[in-house]
Ligand binder design. Structure first.
Ligand SMILES: [Zn+2]
Length: 321
């Protein structure tokens, strides 16, 4: 089986219905029954319903131990799919909504990463993200939390949330603070919004990678800019189809971006919500984009080379390929 690496997955969005029910029980919380389908998957149809289901499921992650368990469970699944490295995006804002402080939330995730590395020989790292639609002030609070307590497992800073809320320049203070503290950055763009959102992100934010960025294909100047600026795209085909960004895999621009010379990688985004996994994403690339095993290993190599891990960790992982 091909060795895999993943750069784009939201930690709260990795929790399976089974784990969410377990955590709800442990925290004596009740969840609405319409959160799940009868086959133990999440129930949603529209994008707004997806967001609501995501927030409801995340609301049961209430303690450092819960964060440890979510992290451990996800890394275990990834290791079983021959994955050697995962960067999870954590959201202190989601933790705060559940009543947890930054340090407690971080301590839980770090414990999950350490336990998974010991038990499954998988390396996990954290990209702390702010939420775009919560606004620039909140993003600066998160950036100050990260830079005020740097941890070796926190390897980057990023931003998710509604791509159409605010302007990237509003978030420059938060990104610049993290960048100056030595943390590489990524940002979601070019998924729900068009290529202009990717241009705007590159114009105003010190980012090395774009979350999704698939709609860059609509602007050939942007494609060239991504190549010239050595930007890596964190492509999540299963998520794009589940959310209707493209009607089917035949219409998905993964191959066009790759053939044009863009650095593309494969990730699962919010796996149980999109009925996917890192293994399925590699399977999609094999089945629908006709990538050979050697080409899939090249994708893993691109992920590792452009991960935010330190050079020593990267070298060790690359040697395994
Ligand atoms: Zn995402």
């Amino acid at each position: 089986m091909v060795l895999k690496a993943e750069l784009h997955t939201h930690l709260e969005g990795t929790a399976s219905p089974e784990l969410v029910k377990h955590l709800a029980h442990r925290n004596t919380m009740s969840l609405p029954t319409d959160l799940f389908n009868t086959d133990d998957t999440y129930k949603w149809t529209t994008f707004l319903e997806f967001l609501k289901a995501y927030d409801l499921a995340s609301s049961v992650i209430k303690t450092p131990e819960d964060y440890r368990d979510v992290t451990y469970d996800y890394l275990k699944q990834c290791a079983q799919q021959n994955t050697i490295y995962v960067e999870v995006m954590s959201s202190p804002d989601h933790a705060a909504m559940a009543g947890m402080g930054y340090q407690d939330h971080l301590d839980g995730i770090v414990q999950g990463i350490e336990d998974a590395q010991r038990d499954f020989d998988i390396i996990g790292r954290i990209i702390v993200t702010c939420v775009r639609h919560l606004g620039p002030e909140r993003s600066l609070v998160v950036a100050k939390q990260i830079t005020g307590a740097l941890h070796p497992f926190v390897v980057g800073f990023g931003m998710g949330g509604d791509e159409n809320a605010h302007h990237p320049s509003d978030f420059a203070p938060a990104f610049n603070l993290c960048h100056e503290a030595g943390l590489p950055c990524n940002v979601h763009a070019g998924e729900m919004a068009g290529p202009e959102s990717v241009h705007a992100a590159l114009d105003h934010l010190p980012v090395k990678r774009i979350g999704h960025g698939v709609r860059s294909i609509e602007d050939s100047n942007l494609v060239q800019r991504l190549i010239d600026q050595n930007i890596t795209l964190e492509v999540c085909p299963g998520s794009n189809i589940a959310l209707g960004v493209y009607p089917n895999f035949a219409e998905h621009p993964f191959l066009k971006l790759k053939d044009a010379g863009c650095k593309v990688t494969l990730s699962s985004d919010d796996p149980p919500f999109f009925n996917t996994s890192i293994s399925r994403e590699y399977g999609i690339a094999s089945e629908h984009f006709a990538l050979s095993d050697d080409e899939l290993i090249d994708i893993t190599r691109t992920s590792l080379e452009n991960s935010f891990a330190d050079q020593k960790t990267k070298d060790k992982l690359l040697a395994r390929l």
